[in-house]
Write a protein that binds this ligand. Structure first.
Ligand SMILES: *Cc1c(COP(=O)(O)O)cnc(C)c1O
Length: 510
């Protein structure tokens, strides 16, 4: 056999021969030559290593015992066709974008890891236009002079929130940082101990205070802070009273917080500005938002500066939106940090496109995906889940891979059902809020504990495959729980159901 292995090594094509083989022609036409050569070289190196590996094993086992010769697998691995296929796959994977579309079947609508909000089609059109051509980003067509990038959305924001002035920066973390730098540098900011929150890894209120150059003055306790606590802490160095929305957690039980109305009147009576880091910043008033404070409420309470995210409950692009009284907003626009955290034109275009939809609240809920998803009824999500189950069943039945079809089928791999779930708004908004939703639930047939039926994949294996789906399939991110895979429809568009069914049926049977 060793001889045969040596012979196999000798018949391997050269890099140049393989690169010029007919099997590589389409790849050569599609990819830059250096990449093709590199992929071909790697395929050949791996083939050589596989042959030598078999050779070494052979020697280790005493060699020559099996006169039948080289395993068929190895033989098929080193044919020119197989080598070319290897190289082409390598090229295809390398050409695949890293930032890729996925289907969000997690049941978390504003999923930070999956890009938070997806844009309304009107917003997408604006982005494409801003990206493809020169624009009026900082230019006034009427007078032919320089303008400000803040102008494009300032009127819309003041109109929608009732505030005097507005500006937009890169994200809400930047908005809070800029606010502290412009309004409280080297001075004291009073915050309730119940609001010293961490919003995901690197954004912690005490840290952001330090970076913003402000001195944090904590008042009250974790569960109770009263107006008198703020009053007692106000001194000559107080620059700001700050309320922070405890976005991602809730303290329940024996609690007391000072509302923004009371805090704002205290600030007004002492001549100290009051700021509100609202986090999610809802402009729409959906029933499901419940007690989530809206931007308008905060502004009408007389708050001087209100900061919130563009891509949480607003349903727009990543952005930090600041609305409030002109003197403070102007101070922020003039601050040197403003340039470092400024918003880019594509974001502005998307934000303008999104905000314009809010002029008609019904339109906003209909056209902005985040709002549309959160506003779905129990019945609507049930309908979507049943539709998805049916399409999935159809695809699996073609191959006989569910248990309740074709009773004679030997491969009873999975069962499908539709179950009610509680989806999440997510994105640090409404931590306890569950939105009624439904999921298609996939279990491995006839076996508890998520174990695979002989020959079939386990729930964990199917979940892994869903994430690894390659084009033209889209990866599906789903939730594993209670020995089952939950494919939640809360954050899926109707038009995505077929795509989900394609990937899931592939994952179950591949
Ligand atoms: C989400 C959040 C932030 C950070 O906003 P980004 O837009 O993610 O930068 C800051 N403060 C609060 C209260 C938040 O909920």
């Amino acid at each position: 056999m060793q001889k045969e292995l040596q012979a196999l090594l000798r018949v391997l094509p050269s890099v140049e021969e393989l690169a010029q083989s007919p099997e590589m022609a389409s790849a050569v036409a599609m990819y830059p030559r250096p990449l093709v050569i590199e992929a071909v070289r790697t395929a050949l190196t791996e083939a050589r290593r596989a042959i030598l590996g078999a050779d070494a094993r052979e020697a280790g086992e005493g060699g020559g015992a099996q006169e039948e010769g080289v395993p068929a697998v190895l033989r098929s691995l080193v044919t020119p066709g197989a080598l070319a296929a290897q190289a082409c796959e390598r090229l295809e994977i390398a050409a695949r974008p890293n930032l890729r579309r996925v289907l969000n079947a997690t049941g978390v609508v504003v999923h930070t890891n999956l890009g938070r909000s997806i844009l309304a089609s009107q917003a997408i059109e604006r982005v494409v236009e801003a990206a493809a051509g020169y624009s009026t980003l900082e230019y006034r067509l009427a007078t032919g002079v320089r303008g400000s990038r803040h102008e494009h959305v300032e009127d819309l924001l003041t109109e929608l929130t009732g505030a005097e002035a507005a500006m937009v920066v890169n994200n809400n973390a930047a908005a809070v940082l800029l606010m502290l730098g412009a309004l409280a540098h080297g001075r004291e900011v009073i915050v309730s101990r119940g609001q010293l929150v961490e919003i995901g890894g690197s954004f912690r209120i005490p840290d952001i205070m330090r970076v913003g150059g402000a001195v944090l003055v904590e008042v009250g306790t974790t569960n109770k802070t009263r107006l008198s606590d703020y009053e007692a802490a106000i001194g000559p160095d107080t620059a700001l009273l700050l309320r922070v929305h405890s976005s991602n957690f809730k303290i329940v039980g024996f609690t007391e917080e000072v509302g923004i109305v009371d805090l704002s009147s205290l600030g007004a009576s002492r001549g100290i500005p009051v700021a509100d880091d609202l986090g999610s910043g809802a402009i729409a008033t959906l029933d499901v938002f419940g007690e989530e404070p809206s931007v308008e409420e905060s502004v009408s309470a007389g708050t001087d500066v209100v900061a919130f995210s563009g891509d949480k409950l607003l349903g727009g692009p990543q952005a930090g939106i600041v609305v409030g009284r002109s003197p403070w907003i102007d101070a922020m626009k003039r601050h040197p940090l403003a340039r470092a955290v400024r918003v880019d034109k594509m974001t502005l275009a998307a934000l303008e496109g999104t905000l314009r939809l809010y002029r008609d609240p019904e339109r906003a809920v209909h056209d902005i995906p985040t709002l549309r998803y959160l506003n779905r009824s129990f019945e609507e999500t049930l309908g979507l889940a049943e539709e998805l189950e049916e399409r999935l069943r159809g695809r699996l039945e073609e191959r006989g891979e569910t248990d309740d079809v074709g009773g004679d089928e030997p491969r009873n791999w999975v069962t499908l059902s539709v179950e009610a779930t509680g989806a999440k708004a997510g994105g640090g908004a409404l931590p306890l809020l569950e939105v009624p939703s439904h999921a298609v639930v996939l279990r491995c047939a006839e076996e508890a504990g998520g174990q695979a039926v002989a020959g079939g994949p386990s729930v964990a294996e199917i979940e892994r495959r869903l994430r690894s789906a390659a084009p033209p399939l889209l990866p599906v991110v789903a939730r594993v729980g209670r020995d089952a895979l939950f494919i939640d429809v809360a954050a899926l568009a109707e038009a995505e159901l077929d795509l989900v069914a394609d990937t899931v049926s592939w994952a179950v049977r591949s």
